[in-house]
Design a protein around this ligand. Sequence first.
Ligand SMILES: Nc1ncnc2c1ncn2[C@@H]1O[C@H](COP(=O)(O)OP(=O)(O)OP(=O)(O)O)[C@@H](O)[C@H]1O
Ligand code: SF4
Ligand SMILES: [Mg+2]
Length: 343
Amino acid sequence: MEAKHNANQYNYSKGNKIVIQNSNVLPAYRIPMVTLSVNDLMVQYQNQEKKIHAVDHVSFSCKENESIGIVGESGCGKSTLGLAIMKILQENASVSGEILLDGKSILSMPDAEFTKNIRWKYVSMVFQGAMNSLDPVFTIRKQFEEILKKHNFEGNYKQIIESGISSVGLTHSVLDKYPHEISGGMKQRVIIAMALVLKPKMVIADEPTTALDVLVQAQIMILLKKLKKEGLSVMLISHDLGIISEIAEKVGIMYAGQIVEFGNMQDIYRNPKHPYTIALLESIPKLDKTEKIIPLRGNPPSLVNPPEGCRFYDRCSQAMEKCKKDPPKIKTVSGFVMCWLHE
Ligand SMILES: Nc1ncnc2c1ncn2[C@@H]1O[C@H](COP(=O)(O)OP(=O)(O)OP(=O)(O)O)[C@@H](O)[C@H]1O
Ligand code: SF4
Ligand SMILES: [Mg+2]
């Protein structure tokens, strides 16, 4: 399987170049980038009497100069993982385990310290669907100002806002428009600029291209790649492995609350090991091949009472008797796979 396929799939830049203006006024990102280490992270939501195991014993790490992609089906826990890193989960969530950002343990850090020094200033997030939640009654400039006020920013508002909007390839005139006056692609770039306005070192982008047409998707990916080149660490969350392969050196394949395979993007793309990863790759349309797309049938198990053993059991064509027991975590060249086939 060739990574080339997906690189081509989104390579629409030629006739539809986005103009990146004033790149010399971009946030001063510095190399080295952020290291992220997640150890045995668990997030459970309490919903009336039900406990939802949204993130279950998740561990992975990525070094400086590596961006990470998290991919998986709807409801597998991707956003919950991102929100846990931002310490911004809803009140019905309980969290355990460890998250280290550049070696700092953030779960044990007091909330006041995290809010003052880390959230938005060190790591920020482009929330899933955020472009639809821009306030319709305020101009874009006003909404930037509100963010800065909320974070007690004391510098020059006009300068930082204009530099932020330029950094995502938009003109300053956008700032005086209302959300309904700009396109979906522009809104998404505004949201990215808002996430970056306090110059974080890392951004978690949760489905930043969903609901955008393919040309605009390509523009957003070009923008994220540009920001990454300038030293911003990116954690990209998507249900689309093709999009992830555009940007991430490391990828975590998430299934029913667990990361079932993790490693270098190239290794996983060329030599996927977990049957779910293989199924994900087989379900990507290939423009240059005549082979049929093989859709994955069935649904993931409920996260309320996840079954014992391998969670992919009911959908796996290679399931064996022993798969009814929890699969071991097997080391691979650049990460791990959780599957009895590879013990
Ligand atoms: N605040 C909450 N209270 C209760 N359950 C929640 C809450 N937030 C998420 N969940 C549940 O946790 C599980 C994981 O949800 P999450 O949003 O993290 O998945 P996701 O992979 O991001 O899905 P999608 O691709 O649809 O965005 C789902 O079963 C979801 O219904
Ligand atoms: S552990 Fe068994 S059921 Fe699970 S993915 Fe591997 S082979 Fe399939
Ligand atoms: Mg989500």
